[in-house]
Design a protein around this ligand. Structure first.
Ligand code: MTE
Ligand code: MO
Length: 397
């Protein structure tokens, strides 16, 4: 009887000399185990993998290597809208996944001794690269969606380069952790059943349920910026597909691009087209040419997109009038004096596509200054940054 009231004796600690004494804290939380790390890690891995693949597509369409310029397809019309919507959504979803994954494994920061062998040291280094690169990619991407650049480098090349670093470190990590991954992939595996027998199965389910809810919440409140059927739930995305002049968002206004002085002299504006038979046309003459109507989206790399009705002159009609044959590449120059998107090149697949217009009207109205008045490019399956506004010259190359 006496025995039952007494708290159980703690197991006697090993003699101090048997263990290297750690000056660091120890952890007793139950969900810092490999089963939880694998559960969170595979979701994070899936999100990061999708984000990487769609990011490579985006980079390729935006900065095609020379050989690819004329083979880039202008179809499907919604291709870039879809892939970039998925890129931004998977990146946002990966943020809560990363936080939970880091939480499950952070006690490992305090293992003692910190480096057991050269191999262990290298493994820890690769994890440091993985954590650093993933954190950098997700947060730099998030800040890019709000166009906030609190760093001295330019976003696109660094975000692209670090993505490869991330993928390399991720593949290495998966290879090193393969035994843990296979042991804990299934809930019914021996190793995982043993962990659940400790009674933390319910805790793990709660954690994963909370994680799913967090991913669902950040997705639902942002994905409407590109997936317009859900636009009324778009509470957190920086752009709302309905907000902007003529009901279409604007990334860079005419004032920000410094084109207002030029637009105030629009009577002097001429579209110049160079080629074997160069010509120039004023706005009235452009309106006299055969007009075509298309329904095409603007899909901004920052994540918002929206479809609209555009009308204007086919680019291929202008190219033909300048005496350049089908299969010609075009360079498009804007009125804008400075700015990364002042000059744009268009492969022949885009230039020959009957849907590619020098648009003069948006949803039946003359383009507003912010949407590129007097004339702008609209082409299918193309990143928003290449839908050049305030066009002043087309050069057949
Ligand atoms: N000349 C010029 N064209 C430009 C830009 C620019 O800064 N300068 N921004 C581009 C970007 S990033 C996008 S997403 C689209 C947006 O078009 P909108 O403002 O008409 O919606 O225009 C593109 N065309
Ligand atoms: Mo954009």
């Amino acid at each position: 009887m006496e025995d039952m009231k007494r708290p159980p004796e703690p197991p006697s600690p090993p003699p101090p000399s048997a263990l290297p004494s750690s000056p660091l804290p120890s952890f007793s939380g139950r969900l810092h185990d490999p089963r939880t790390a694998v559960s969170a890690g595979r979701l994070l891995g899936a999100a990061v993998g999708i984000c990487f693949a769609t990011g490579v597509i985006s980079h390729f369409l935006q900065h095609p290597p020379g050989w690819a310029v004329d083979v880039l397809p202008s179809r499907p019309v919604w291709g870039y809208r879809f892939s970039q919507g998925v890129h931004v959504a998977s990146g946002i979803a990966a943020i809560p996944l990363l936080l939970v994954k880091l939480w499950t494994v952070y006690p490992r920061l305090f293992v003692w001794p910190p480096v057991r062998s050269a191999r262990h040291g290298l493994e820890r280094l690769s994890v440091a690269v993985l954590v650093g690169a993933t954190t950098f990619e997700l947060f730099s991407g998030l800040l890019n969606t709000v166009q906030w650049y609190p760093w001295p480098f330019s976003f696109v090349p660094v975000h692209f380069a670090v993505a490869w670093l991330l993928v390399g470190a991720l593949l290495l990590h998966v290879a090193v952790k393969w035994p843990d991954i296979t042991a804990h992939w299934r809930r019914t595996s021996q190793a995982s059943a043993a962990l659940s027998a400790e009674g933390d199965g319910a805790d793990r389910r709660s954690l994963l349920l909370g994680l799913t809810a967090a991913v669902g919440a950040v997705t639902l409140t942002t994905v409407g910026q590109s997936f317009t059927p859900l636009k009324r739930f778009d509470l957190l995305a920086p752009r709302h597909p309905d907000h902007g002049p003529q009901g279409l968002p604007v990334n860079r206004t005419a004032a920000a691009a410094g084109v207002l002085p030029a637009l105030s002299r629009v009577r002097e504006w001429r579209l110049e087209v160079t080629g074997p038979r160069p010509f120039s046309l004023d706005l009235a003459a452009l309106r006299e040419l055969e007009q075509h109507a298309v329904v095409l989206p603007i899909a901004c790399v920052e994540g918002w997109s929206r479809s609209a009705h555009w009308s204007g002159v086919r680019i291929r009609d202008l190219r033909e009038r300048a005496g350049a044959p089908p299969g010609t590449r075009l360079r498009v120059v804007s009125l804008e004096r400075h700015g990364a998107y002042r000059v744009m090149e268009m492969g022949s697949d885009y230039a020959d596509d009957p849907l590619t217009l020098l648009a003069l009207r948006l949803d039946g109205q003359v383009l507003s200054p912010d949407h590129g008045y007097p004339a702008r490019i609209i082409a299918p399956n193309r990143p928003g940054v290449l839908q050049t506004k305030w066009v002043s010259r087309l050069e057949a190359l």
